[in-house]
Ligand binder design. Structure first.
Ligand SMILES: Cc1cc2nc3c(=O)[nH]c(=O)nc-3n(C[C@H](O)[C@H](O)[C@H](O)COP(=O)(O)O)c2cc1C
Length: 325
């Protein structure tokens, strides 16, 4: 084994994760550093950033001196305690991926870079990115190829079971000679968007087409869901997205088999801690962004709708403490 190979394989954190593992899936507008840190405290094994535009990174870097202030660059920033941390990019032009990969590698230094092939949002698809990119095999190939060639980090991809005419098996077959280390499969087609059953059979079949780490994603809200999806897919890990909203302790529940319900007072304490982190990182903007999280935290509690009327107006930590304490 060459030293180069040894060094490279040392950097592939995916291989070191104890299976099954649980990742916080990327959530635009939600999975910022504060939320990720809260999920990490409850045992999330891998944290994904919100998606960041490769195109915007390219242009912001070209803009020169204010690059540090780039909002897109900020989306990919993280704190050391969040490792292993994966920065996710979206886009469609290989030229921008080449630049963005170098920027992320040098400026952000995450543990991995992920490419988004699943986003169904119209604005994203119009650029040929997200799920629209998955539907274009040739372009997908070029984007992955240039990203793997420009990063000394493991590259992962996040796909759906089908986009346009392309299903995940055909996709994996088409890119099989590229150096992709891990894949998260959202078990729904583009047509399904975010609802309906996930296709566990096709995720299991993906193993025949992909030698790396496989994560199943979609509709996991409890230990029972996780156990069923792991057994039906034989995946190495799971990606948790909406199941963590207002319930970051789901990661602990998945590991221990505990129930995901909690006492009101414990939930309030976690919510305040989350808000304090958000404030520390983003100031008042962080509090405004917390409003939706606070509403998720109280979901299902008696009197939640009355409380929500207050929570959607909070603009300081004291406002939140006054409601919760
Ligand atoms: C509000 C929202 C934002 C999302 N943002 C991203 C994103 O930035 N990148 C991505 O690959 N997937 C994104 N997703 C998809 C999720 O990562 C996940 O694949 C999907 O929600 C299915 O998992 P779930 O059923 O556990 O929510 C987003 C989903 C939601 C609901």
């Amino acid at each position: 084994m060459s030293i180069g190979y040894f060094f490279h394989s040392m950097k592939n954190f995916w291989q070191k994760l104890k299976k099954p593992f649980y990742a916080l899936a990327p959530l635009a507008g939600i999975s910022d550093s504060a939320f990720r840190q809260i999920c990490k405290e409850f045992g999330a094994d891998v944290l994904y950033s919100e998606m960041a535009s490769a195109t915007a990174l390219f242009y912001d870097a070209k803009g020169g001196k204010n690059f540090e202030l780039s909002e897109t660059l900020k989306l990919a920033r993280f704190e050391e305690k969040e490792r292993p941390f994966v920065a996710q990019l979206f886009g469609s032009d290989p030229k921008y991926f080449e630049a963005a990969t170098k920027i992320i590698t040098e400026e952000i230094k995450p543990d991995g870079i992920d490419i988004n092939f699943g986003c169904p949002v119209k604005k994203v698809q119009k650029q040929g990115a997200g799920a629209a990119l998955m539907a274009d095999l040739k372009k997908s190939y070029e984007v992955i190829k240039i990203t793997t060639e420009n990063a000394d980090l493991p590259i992962s991809i996040k796909v759906r079971t089908k986009a346009g005419e392309v299903d995940v098996l055909r996709f994996l077959d088409y890119i099989s000679d590229l150096d992709v280390k891990a894949i998260m499969i959202h078990g729904r087609t583009l047509e399904q968007m975010f609802s309906g059953q996930i296709d566990t059979a096709i995720i299991k079949k993906a193993r025949d087409f992909f030698p790396g780490i496989i994560m199943a994603n979609g509709g996991i809200y409890s230990y029972e869901d996780a156990a069923r999806v792991l057994s039906e897919t034989e995946a190495d890990g799971l990606g948790i997205a909406r199941g963590a909203l207002g319930r970051p302790w789901i990661f602990k529940a998945l590991r221990t088999g505990q129930s995901v319900n909690r006492q009101k007072s414990a939930v309030f304490k976690i919510a305040i801690k989350h808000a304090e982190l958000a404030y520390k990182q983003k100031g008042k903007k962080g509090i405004i962004e917390m409003r939706k999280h606070l509403c998720w935290y109280i979901h299902g509690f008696p009197g939640a709708s009355k409380m929500r009327e207050e929570l959607i107006k909070v603009s300081s930590l004291d406002d939140i403490r006054n409601i919760f304490l």
